[in-house]
Design a protein around this ligand. Structure first.
Ligand SMILES: Cc1cc2nc3c(=O)[nH]c(=O)nc-3n(C[C@H](O)[C@H](O)[C@H](O)COP(=O)(O)OP(=O)(O)OC[C@H]3O[C@@H](n4cnc5c(N)ncnc54)[C@H](O)[C@@H]3O)c2cc1C
Length: 350
């Protein structure tokens, strides 16, 4: 008997990471995508293990980072291109308190993977406009997002597991587990911010957080590290860089705005004295959550409906391991961490 397929709705980094895990387990699946991505293709793909505001490690980074590294390396073996690039981040301290925090944290074993002990050269760094000194973050980097997603699409197309269409919720019958009359075993919504419209999961506190980035050229900005203070300047190829990113909650469209352009230019000028020229601007919409934790799990009333969403600002760091946890949850009934399980919002459904 032929196994019924799993359907993944959405081919952003969440859907793609899940597809790779199902493929590894040889589970039949199909990915349906509308072809209009809102976040994963626009993202700069920065992997930053630190939250500078608190000078603390990013949530679960000790687990996420090595797993993500391996995941992108495996994709490289399968599809032939380098997706994950190791690149230090140079943090230009915003105030003296950050320097003090850094010095305190660099002494802890658990921070030695990420914070290089400050030295004279860091404090006198000339690559950035530098009042309080700078510090170097280790084990950071970035993912070539568009190249990765293009290669993932090609893989899915070549194996007849990609359908390019926008699903209409009315075509899904959760009682009988069917889509357009075709039976499936599970359907997993990886729709990014479009999850806001999902009639089964719209009780969850998903938010649409718009972000804009600039692409610039410069002959003099450092190419060996990304710069950071209030914005990032990330070298992506030769003399091309991305500057980002803005945050806004009141305009969830893909239109770029002159305000965001001015804001990013101003922030970049506060970080570097180098001349640069803006050559492009893009806008996307992050799927963020009130408590800053992903939304994962099974619908309380429909056993075949699942969600993998809410990756927020760090999708490229978190998606690989979370997709693994989601796969184990769906196929082996392994429990999800309480912090990510949508059961934490059960009361909203009542
Ligand atoms: C400006 C900006 C900068 C960012 N920078 C970074 C960064 O540096 N590092 C980082 O890790 N993260 C970054 N992010 C966040 C990152 O992009 C997200 O965490 C991640 O991409 C979310 O992935 P996703 O797959 O959940 O959603 P999405 O990428 O939005 O994918 C959802 C997919 O579902 C499809 N879909 C939705 N509804 C339907 C439907 N009805 N039918 C068919 N298909 C449907 C869409 O077409 C889309 O392809 C950034 C985001 C933005 C906007």
């Amino acid at each position: 008997m032929e196994h019924k397929k799993i359907i993944i709705i959405g081919a952003g980094i969440a859907g793609i990471a899940l597809a790779r895990h199902l493929d590894k387990r040889q589970i039949p699946f199909e990915v349906i995508d509308s072809g209009e991505n809102y976040s994963s293709r626009i993202a700069a793909g920065l992997i930053n293990p630190m939250v500078f505001r608190r000078m603390a490690k990013s949530w679960r980074v000790d687990e996420f980072l090595p797993y993500a590294n391996e995941f992108y390396m495996e994709a490289t073996k399968d599809w032939g291109q380098t997706y994950f690039h190791v690149l230090p981040i140079r943090r230009a301290f915003a105030h003296q308190q950050e320097v003090d925090f850094w010095i305190k944290k660099q002494a802890f074993t658990e921070y030695q993977t990420y914070l290089k002990p400050l030295n004279e050269a860091d404090l006198n760094n000339q690559d950035v406009i530098n009042t309080f000194g700078t510090g170097e973050v280790l084990n950071s980097g970035y993912v070539s997002t568009k190249i990765l997603l293009d290669d993932a699409f090609t893989w899915l197309k070549n194996t007849n597991r990609l359908r390019l269409e926008k699903i209409q919720y009315a075509d899904i019958d959760p009682e009988n587990s069917s889509y357009k009359g075709e039976l499936f075993s599970k359907i997993i919504f990886c729709e990014g911010y479009h999850g806001l419209e999902n009639p089964w999961f719209n009780y969850l506190p998903l938010q649409a957080t718009k972000g804009e980035t600039l692409t610039i050229t410069s002959d003099t900005i450092s190419r060996t590290e990304s710069l950071n203070r209030k914005c990032f300047i990330l070298p992506v190829q030769n003399n091309v860089y991305r500057i980002g990113a803005t945050y806004s909650w009141d305009n969830p469209t893909l239109h770029t705005t002159p305000e965001a352009r001015e804001e990013l230019i101003e922030l970049a000028k506060q970080l570097t004295k180098s001349e640069f020229e803006v050559i492009d601007q893009s806008a996307g919409i992050r799927p963020t959550v009130l408590d800053r934790r992903p939304l994962m799990g099974k619908h309380p009333n429909f056993d075949s409906l699942y969600i993998f969403n809410g990756l927020g600002t760090k999708g490229y760091l978190m998606a690989p391991l979370l997709a693994h946890e989601m796969t184990d949850y769906m196929l082996d009934e392994k429990l999800l961490d309480k912090e990510i399980d949508i059961q934490r919002y059960q009361k909203r459904l009542l």
